[in-house]
Design a protein around this ligand. Structure first.
Ligand SMILES: *[C@@H]1O[C@H](CO)[C@@H](O)[C@H](O)[C@H]1NC(C)=O
Ligand SMILES: *[C@@H]1O[C@H](CO)[C@@H](O)[C@H](O)[C@H]1NC(C)=O
Ligand SMILES: *[C@@H]1O[C@H](CO)[C@@H](O)[C@H](O)[C@H]1NC(C)=O
Length: 421
């Protein structure tokens, strides 16, 4: 028994070659998912909660039939804890777990085609690009091995804008990670955190175009939240061309129009205020539902971030989307409560979406959930505490929806508390 276990661990440790790219066009056969299934995780999380009224209420929903809801927003597909992000597999996992709005992070290739990647320059951590010598050579920074296996200085930087769409379509999506101690390109592909898995990452899901994403999510009958990713290359791209930031912002909307999608089903997002202002003016039907992603407090402090909210509201922004920790704090009695950011945004009539749940690994270790729980770390001790945060966001902050790397958790809460729409 022991030796069998050892052999299987060894097999996991040595990265197997990826299967040949599987470029089947699945998009034409996608139909709505009628039977939502949450899997064991939310039930386990409830079990991990401290005894009390919230645990009791959540436990009382354990035999409910679960329904999809727009309150549960997929982050990078919604299956990111286990499936390579922004792929068909992640979208289907998030959808099966009840996500009612699906996300594609939109960035562009060298030939100005739109694809779904969380960052314009993450191909070296989200695909096998560094292991294909001819493509690795075209990366902004091709793979450089670590000096030795404990120096942690292996690097690479590969951007969608380094490649044509045809080249990107030969890549295999993988779990977002890199092994910085790698002395070979194959080793660089490892490094998936222990709270995730490579179980579904060897079958070569292709990178999706925005067009494919629209077709899949339309087939599923769900809503869309495309994020215009802040370019990592100077705009216009290339210099002197007509591919400006507004051309990029317009192109994203044009693909929804070309597909005949109603703007009511689309929530375009951007971290760039100017993108939102552009949509409000040039594409008001889409701009009306645009989501201003706000991580300003990370760079300029919370006071500056809060002081900017009235400006956004006056300009016609309807929805702001700060990260989770901006919205909550802990009061003197150790209770999680809405933050000043949250109460200010609400007073201004701004609607709030927030990100991202289920991205933090363990909550019960010394990190207490890290960045996403930073403002409430003092009261985060158990895995089940995720529901204490969700409860305040739902009942006291009144958020419109929550992005999650594992949609089941948010879907469970939403169904239990009647947030199904
Ligand atoms: C990678 O290198 C770092 C820094 O030297 C070291 O702490 C870590 O243990 C190494 N990881 C592995 C898997 O060898
Ligand atoms: C590995 O690299 C690190 C940092 O580059 C260095 O400090 C260490 O001495 C090296 N170890 C060996 C065995 O060469
Ligand atoms: C940019 O120029 C190309 C030709 O070089 C043209 O096909 C395209 O329509 C132009 N785009 C815009 C937004 O003007």
């Amino acid at each position: 028994m022991m030796s069998i276990l050892q052999i299987s661990w060894l097999a996991l440790a040595i990265p197997a070659a990826f299967a040949a790219p599987a470029h089947k066009d699945k998009t034409t056969t996608v139909k709505p998912v009628k039977r939502v299934q949450l899997g064991p995780r939310p039930y386990w999380l409830v079990d991990q909660m401290e005894d009390g009224p919230l645990k009791k209420r959540l436990a009382s929903c354990s035999e409910m039939e679960m329904k999809p809801t727009a309150w549960s927003i997929s982050h990078r597909g919604g299956g990111v804890l286990q499936f390579p992000e922004e792929t068909y597999a992640s979208i289907m996992a998030g959808t099966r777990m009840g996500a009612g709005i699906q996300e594609c992070d939109v960035t562009f290739t060298k030939d100005k085609q739109l694809v779904c990647r969380h960052d314009q320059c993450d191909l070296h951590t989200t695909t096998n690009v560094v292991s294909i010598p001819s493509l690795n050579a075209k990366c902004t920074t091709p793979f450089k091995p670590a000096t030795n296996s404990s120096s942690a200085d292996a690097t690479a930087l590969c951007c969608t804008s380094d490649f044509s769409l045809a080249e990107i379509k030969t890549l295999c999506a993988k779990m977002d990670a890199a092994n910085q101690n790698a002395t070979t390109p194959q080793e660089f592909l490892t490094g998936t955190p222990a709270y995730r898995t490579d179980l579904y990452a060897k079958t070569c899901g292709p990178v999706l175009t925005l067009k494919e994403f629209i077709s899949i999510v339309d087939g599923l009958g769900l809503r869309f939240t495309p994020e215009l990713k802040t370019p990592r290359v100077p705009m216009p791209f290339p210099a002197g061309s007509n591919y400006t930031q507004t051309a990029f912002a317009q192109q994203m909307i044009d693909e929804f129009k070309a597909a005949g999608v109603s703007p009511k089903r689309v929530y375009p997002q951007s971290f760039l205020y100017d993108d939102i202002l552009y949509w409000l003016k040039a594409e008001p039907a889409f701009g009306k539902q645009a989501v201003l992603l706000d991580e300003r407090a990370d760079y300029e402090g919370m006071e500056v971030a809060i002081a900017a909210l009235p400006t956004y509201a006056r300009a016609g922004v309807k929805i702001v989307a700060p990260p989770l920790p901006y919205l909550v704090s802990v009061d003197k009695k150790g209770k999680i409560v809405p933050s000043l950011y949250a109460t200010t945004a609400k007073k201004l009539g701004l609607k709030i979406i927030t990100w991202s749940l289920e991205r933090s690994g363990w909550l019960s270790d010394q990190e207490h959930g890290g960045y996403y729980y930073a403002s409430i770390a003092s009261v985060i001790k158990r895995e089940g505490d995720v529901f204490n945060l969700l409860h305040v966001l739902a009942q006291d902050v009144g958020v419109l929806g929550i992005f999650s790397d594992w949609s089941a958790t948010v879907t469970y809460y939403a169904n239990c508390f009647g947030l199904v729409f």
